[in-house]
Ligand binder design. Structure first.
Ligand code: SAM
Length: 499
């Protein structure tokens, strides 16, 4: 097999930020320009039908299995054995495989993502189904992993054997999968859950804490594919107008059930290539992220988006402000700010001022001095574990460690404290994460409130209305999870500073 080339952009985000790339919230797949035609787009695809990907539907070329397998092995190798981010590894691999047809590219992305979602389960099954699995060379193991994952996702053993290199390498392993699955089923629940859900042990324990008896359902939903969701750019039209526009482009859509701003795109498309997208009529944004943005209810005065990233929420806030007033978008990463500027131009947003700020040190105070006590709204969309977005970033779970989680919490507390000083009397501080873990959510807010009696919690139902509020909140906070809401997992709190 040809030696793998190396993807160039390793760790252009810090490892602890891995799940927090904008694609984790369904905005951009990586920090590259959004309008660049992507080599693949996991989030642009609907769940594949339960058929062998080697069977071509009418009108589609049959998949050349040897080429697809080679590309899968390369991309998966980058992710598993070199710790690269999945979307970047796939982008890189597919960009260099110009000979693959679009259905083959799709098959590569689908198979790699499918295996990442089930990696721990697949390893367990193969270790039980194949006596010498752990002693096989890495490539042989990965061929078997990819094949077992396909079987786990509903393809027949016979189909998979026929269409993978297993005929050459030997089929031991696949035939024993059903038996190994029964072994897994027979394990005590505490042992079985992390393996069946393909979660690291510590994360499975956190899911149990967060969801109690629903932990398995919650984890299962995190292993489903996320829908492709658009948020209408209210500066250019309303949701119905966008629906009509997309229909003209051949894209059928369904209104999102919770967010009044969203449409689920029903067609297997590359949304980035649509004229309506290039014209800024919509942004790709998970429905949960839209609901978090709605908590801000930004007036057209002075507003700060303190962790703006590539601007998913900044653009939403600009619409709330009707493109007026001053919207300060802050972040510590220039690359993301650059993406944000491009996106504001496309969206026709004029009221945003981007500001690159230092991550720490005394210079932060200097950088923020002009905003101290001035803002009507401050959104702290904090960097977090990304445990709410595993549907879109299935590999993130294998990188996260308890130590990293603890670091996130320390930083979240620090950022909430730091940016709270920008809120003016009577103004609001909105704290959000895409984590489902209490320690990054309620616990951070409680810690803040214990030191800030001048802040009180405004129930999200007061902001969203009783009906929607009842659907999306637990107590006074926004609390979303895929198994309950069909959205990514999000948390949001509105804190009001006394006058
Ligand atoms: C969850 S992401 C933001 C997503 C963004 N709000 C959106 O909707 O697209 C968190 C962001 O916080 C930024 N960040 C990390 N440390 C920061 C700090 N000390 N001050 C401000 N932003 C920071 C990261 O660079 C990242 O872009």
């Amino acid at each position: 097999m040809k030696k793998n080339p190396r993807p160039p952009d390793r760790a252009s985000q810090p490892r602890s930020e891995a799940p927090r790339g904008e694609s984790s919230r369904q905005e951009f797949p990586n920090s590259k320009a959004p309008h660049r035609k992507p080599a693949h787009r996991e989030t642009n695809r609907r769940e594949p039908a339960r058929r062998s990907t080697s069977e071509a539907p009418r009108g589609e070329r049959p998949v050349r299995e040897d080429l697809v397998l080679q590309a899968c092995l390369e991309a998966y190798g980058f992710i598993r054995h070199e710790g690269r981010l999945a979307d970047r590894a796939l982008d890189f691999t597919l960009r260099h495989k110009k000979n693959l047809y679009s259905n083959e590219r799709r098959a590569v992305a689908e198979r790699v993502y499918a295996l990442l979602r089930r990696q721990r389960t697949v390893d367990f099954l193969l270790e039980h189904a194949h006596r010498g699995f752990t002693k096989l060379d890495r490539t042989h193991q990965d061929v078997l992993r990819l094949a077992a994952s396909r079987v786990l996702h509903g393809e027949s053993v016979a189909d998979v054997e026929r269409s993978s290199q297993l005929a050459v390498m030997g089929t031991e392993g696949l035939s024993g999968l059903a038996h190994a699955a029964r072994t897994l089923e027979g394990l005590a629940p505490d042992k079985r859950f992390p393996i069946a859900a393909s979660l690291p042990d510590f994360l499975a324990a956190r899911f149990r804490e967060a969801f109690g008896a629903d932990a398995e359902k919650a984890a299962e939903a995190m292993n489903e594919r996320a829908p492709l969701t658009a948020r209408v750019n209210g500066l250019k039209g309303d949701r119905e107008a966008l629906r009509a526009l997309l229909a003209k482009e051949g894209v059928s859509t369904t209104p999102t059930p919770l967010s009044p701003l969203g449409l689920v795109l029903d067609t297997r498309i590359n949304a980035f290539s649509l004229e309506s997208f290039r014209d800024g009529a919509f942004e790709l944004q998970d429905e949960g992220s839209q609901l978090l943005g709605m908590l801000v209810d930004a007036p057209p005065t002075k507003v700060v988006d303190a962790c703006a990233g590539a601007g998913g929420k900044t653009l939403q806030l600009a619409v709330q402000m009707k493109n007026r007033g001053d919207l300060y978008a802050l972040d510590v990463e220039e690359g993301r700010m650059e993406d944000l500027r491009k996106r504001t131009r496309r969206a026709g947003v004029h009221n945003v001022r981007t500001q690159l700020i230092p991550a720490d040190g005394p210079e932060v105070d200097t950088a923020l001095a002009a905003l101290q006590g001035k803002a009507d709204r401050v959104l702290v969309d904090a960097p977090c574990s990304g445990t709410g977005t595993l549907r879109r970033k299935p590999d993130a779970r294998y990188r996260l460690t308890p130590e990293m989680l603890a670091e996130h919490v320390v930083r979240q507390k620090k950022l909430l404290e730091r940016f709270s000083h920008l809120v003016k009397p009577g103004g609001r501080l909105i704290y959000g994460t895409c984590s489902v873990l209490r320690e990054e959510n309620e616990a951070v807010v409680e810690d803040f409130l214990s030191r800030h009696p001048e802040y009180t919690v405004r129930p999200v139902a007061d902001e969203l209305g009783a009906e929607l509020g009842a659907k999306v909140s637990a107590g006074p906070f926004l609390r979303l999870a895929p198994h309950l809401h069909g959205t990514d997992g999000f948390f949001g709190a509105i804190l009001v500073r006394a006058k």
